[in-house]
Design a protein around this ligand. Structure first.
Ligand SMILES: *Cc1c(COP(=O)(O)O)cnc(C)c1O
Length: 381
């Protein structure tokens, strides 16, 4: 089956008992046993829950992995993944990362002796040098990156990780499996904030890990139960519900983002637009090769720094000024003071998160209204 069919039918047959076409929400923390340790596969709600199980199977199917695991948030998924690292481990990470990911890496560095070396996400040679320099347990990247929309060459970095026996982890939140399946390019584990495109409606928080190999999946399932950062059955249902429209939503997100990116680029009011669908994006060709669309996220640097950025944000009417992304509604934000304020200013500026940078999550409204909103607001810059 093709992707748009799988989001609706893969791993979610009608309920066996009643024929309900939607997966029921099983609100039960515990499950009756006929004798000690004799049960129907469910014992206690932290370990597993039938609604969550369906979500986990769907996630594994869409990403092409052997095991999917759902979490209470993207950072809950990351916390669980980091629990799998022996003390004294080293991570080679792309430098352009979600602020909370970087904050958690830094916490593990200062508290638990984790070594994290950051290299430019789009520079494959930098990964090669870092991996040659010292052993690493993990290579961790986002692609596209947050907020600069850089692209990692997943196949080449994946091959480097494989050769150096490091687990290759890809945060696929920005692309979603509709546009990119990192396991096809060599990832061992895919991470998601399902809060974003998979949920798709800005109404839940959730996270996911998908393992390429069954053994990795079992190990992470053990940790999922041991750590306990699991989603509620209701939230699991809402992510399943969001996933059913993922294919059609992503196509519209891409269409709107392309239109907004082109409008920004031709406005003469911005220094740079970061969107892989623009021909002058440095990894435009790579994005075309490894993705099935350029996504709904873009960022742009306005002339005039933080005050011009603030003026533009205040004038937007269709875009809402808010953190987060990936919902049906368009959002805009200022990374330096909002999503990435926990990254030290020097580290922020080193990667290019300047005071004039704005990030846009383009929703599925009529693209013409989104373009009008941005063009009108740019007059204030
Ligand atoms: C939001 C986000 C996260 C963190 O997910 P939460 O669900 O907010 O915990 C991780 N990575 C990326 C790329 C994100 O956008």
């Amino acid at each position: 089956m093709r992707f748009d069919t799988r989001v609706i039918h893969a791993a979610q047959p009608p309920d066996e008992l009643t024929g309900a076409v939607n997966t029921p929400i099983y609100l039960s923390s515990t499950f009756a046993q006929s004798a000690p340790n004799q049960n129907k596969g469910y014992v206690y709600g932290r370990t597993s829950n039938p609604t969550r199980t369906v979500l986990e199977r769907v996630l594994a199917d869409l990403e092409g992995g052997r095991r999917g695991l759902a979490f209470s948030s993207g950072l809950g998924a990351l916390t669980t993944l980091l629990e799998d690292l022996p003390s004294g481990s080293r991570i080679v990470a792309g430098s352009d990362l979600y602020g909370g990911t970087r904050r958690l890496f830094e916490h593990h560095r200062t508290q638990f002796g984790l070594t994290v070396d950051y290299v430019a996400t789009s520079e494959t040679d930098a990964f090669a040098r870092a991996l040659d320099a010292a052993p690493a347990e993990m290579v961790y990247v986002e692609s596209p990156t947050n907020p600069l929309i850089g692209i990692c060459d997943l196949a080449r970095v994946g091959e480097l990780a494989r050769r150096h026996r490091a687990r290759f982890v890809v945060d696929n939140t920005f692309a979603s499996p509709a546009l990119q399946r990192p396991i096809e390019h060599g990832a061992g584990v895919v991470l998601h904030s399902t809060t974003k495109y998979l949920g798709g409606h800005s109404d839940i928080l959730g996270g996911a890990l998908v393992a390429r190999r069954r053994a990795t999946g079992e190990r992470l399932a053990w940790l999922q139960n041991a750590v306990g950062a699991i989603p509620s059955p209701v939230d699991s249902f809402l992510v399943l519900r969001g996933i059913r429209t993922l294919g059609v939503r992503m196509r519209r997100h891409c269409e709107g983002a392309q239109a907004v990116a082109e409008a920004l680029a031709s406005s003469g009011k911005v220094l740079r637009v970061h969107y892989p669908g623009l021909k002058d994006h440095p990894q435009h060709k790579l994005a075309r090769k490894q993705m099935d669309g350029f996504g709904g996220m873009l960022s742009a640097e306005v002339r005039g720094g933080a005050s011009a950025a603030g003026r533009l944000l205040r004038r937007l009417r269709v875009f809402t000024l808010a953190e987060s992304l990936g919902g049906v509604e368009s959002l805009a934000e200022h990374p330096a003071s909002m999503t990435h304020s926990s990254v030290p200013k020097a580290a922020r500026e080193a990667v290019g998160i300047t005071d004039g940078l704005l990030r846009f999550s383009v929703g599925i409204e009529d693209p013409a209204d989104l373009v009008d909103d941005v063009v009108r607001s740019l007059r204030s810059v």
